[in-house]
Design a protein around this ligand. Structure first.
Ligand code: UD1
Ligand code: MG
Length: 468
């Protein structure tokens, strides 16, 4: 029998108080619905349908991946209406329906629900949980013999129902495609004006068909309806990701204050200090040290790389043994060669830095091609922008750039050349030459004493004027 999946994702997410569709709010660097999509993809469904509505184009743009079929719920009339709209796209067979706002669901739990559904020959099965700390979920009503007879939404439940029924609805359902016929029997709720998918439970029960709820850990079906809940599920995801890396041999000094996105990878024996953010498709090699306060996004670090305190690395590559920071900034498209050193307050943009090259202090290297074994003195600036266009600076191997130099691009400093400190270089420097471009020094002998003399004469004149 074919499996179709429906992810309900059209809702407004009113309780988020946001201009962004709820299911696009990010948990650990990814839209929350992406976790749900990934979990269902591992089940190899014949079709995955996403019901979109609020911010439809935005949602489509963010998650479109070729495996998904989108259907539009023009008017947000509730979860029952959302599934009814998806019906036309469904294949004959088994249908898994889940909310797009439950990113902690695992493929294992979905598989086990499908297996129990099949084994019990149910027409409808769904996940439930018990957790006194969670509120706002539908309450599952069971009769004296323990049979599920319906669901009452928390906001419509009487105080007696709230007292009697503490088993909650996880919003994950498996049903046979014939069961979808019951959707037409759902009435519009008189107070909210919505068609509740949860009403299908009572309808199927009354029709005398087989149905049941299966408990799973509450953590997995935590829905996200508010910013607090987004924070809570992000914290759980973070813990899952970090303990996964710990099990693979990564040391975290303080996991509570460390953020590692699901898409990042970290090598063995790497040590991560507190307040660090490892984001996007970052890959960190073995035996690296990431000191506190650093953020590394979509970048590749080799082995034995050291990132010193408060450094930002974006879309760049750092080769084995290199050291970056403290307080350095690698902007996109920078490549730092083996054992190179980018030090205090250095900014690198769209540049290649050769192996073993050093830029230790207060420097800007933009649009530069720098060879191996180069020494860039403190305060060096590649002047890459003429107000209209960007130009390149080429610094060949073995070059020495003295401190406080400006290299006005386009310009080439050839192999083993020297640039004297304080120079403004506007012409190419040939290999092995010394380029010096600064005012020559003049020493005025005895100047300090002469100045003292002038000062004391001036003060004598002033005090004489006051007296007279
Ligand atoms: C829903 C269930 C509740 C369950 C909880 C689990 C209903 C009526 N209630 O409540 O029993 O305990 O999930 O998390 O189903 N959506 C649409 N179209 C709509 C309305 C909602 O696609 O017109 C989507 C939303 O985008 C969301 C999902 O359906 O992804 C659930 O909607 P939400 O408003 O979050 O329902 P809950 O109040 O959480
Ligand atoms: Mg919800």
């Amino acid at each position: 029998m074919k499996l179709s999946v429906v992810i309900l994702a059209a809702g407004r997410g009113k309780r988020m108080k946001s201009g962004i569709p709820k299911i696009l709010h990010e948990a650990l660097g990814r839209p929350m619905i992406q976790y749900v999509i990934d979990a269902v993809h591992t089940l190899n469904p014949a079709k995955t349908i996403v019901v979109i509505g609020n911010g439809a184009d935005e949602v489509k743009g963010a998650i479109h991946d070729g495996h998904l079929t989108f259907v539009l719920q023009k008017e947000l009339l509730g979860t029952g209406d959302a599934l009814a709209i998806a019906k036309k796209e469904l294949l004959k067979g088994t249908v898994l329906v889940l909310n797009g706002d439950c990113p902690l669901i695992t493929a294992g739990t979905l598989r086990s629900l499908l297996a129990k559904h099949k084994r019990s020959k149910n027409v409808l099965s769904f996940l439930s949980f018990i957790d006194e700390s969670m509120s706002g979920y539908g309450r599952i009503i069971r009769d004296g013999s323990g049979n599920v007879t319906g669901i009452v939404e928390d906001k419509h439940a009487s105080s007696i129902e709230k007292k009697m029924f503490n088993e909650l609805n996880g919003g994950v359902y498996v049903m046979e495609s014939e069961t979808l016929g019951s959707l037409g029997k759902i009435n519009r709720n008189s107070s909210s004006g919505e068609y509740y998918l949860t009403d299908i439970i009572g309808i199927v029960y009354k029709a005398g068909k087989r149905l049941d709820a299966y408990q799973c850990p509450s953590e997995e079906i935590r829905g996200v309806n508010s910013r607090e809940e987004l924070y809570e599920i992000s914290a759980i995801l973070k813990r899952r990701v970090i303990s996964g890396w710990m099990q693979k041999g990564v040391t975290f000094i303080d996991p509570e204050t460390t953020h590692v996105h699901v898409s990042a990878t970290i090598g063995r024996d790497t040590v991560i200090y507190p307040n660090t953010y490892i984001e996007g498709r970052t890959s960190i090699g073995q035996n690296c040290i990431i000191y506190p306060g650093s953020r590394i996004c979509d970048s590749v670090l080799g082995k034995r790389v050291v990132i010193k305190d408060n450094t930002l690395i974006e879309k760049s590559r750092v080769r084995d043994g290199a050291s970056i920071g403290p307080c350095a900034h690698l902007r996109p498209d920078s490549v730092i060669g083996r054992n190179a050193k980018i030090g205090n307050f250095v900014e690198v943009k769209k540049s290649n830095i050769g192996a073993g090259t050093k830029a230790g202090h207060l420097t800007y290297l933009g649009d530069a091609e720098i060879g191996p074994g180069v020494n860039i003195g403190a305060g060096t600036i590649t002047c890459n922008y003429d107000g209209k266009n960007k130009h390149k600076t080429f610094i060949k191997s073995g070059v020495f750039i003295g401190s406080d130099s400006q290299l006005v691009a386009p310009v080439t400093i050839d192999k083993d050349a020297y640039v004297a400190a304080g120079s403004t270089i506007t012409m190419d420097v040939p290999s092995g030459a010394l380029a010096i471009s600064r005012g020559s020094q003049k020493n005025l002998e005895g100047w300090t004493k002469r100045r003292e003399g002038v000062k004391s004469k001036e003060s004598r004149v002033r005090s004489h004027k006051k007296k007279s």
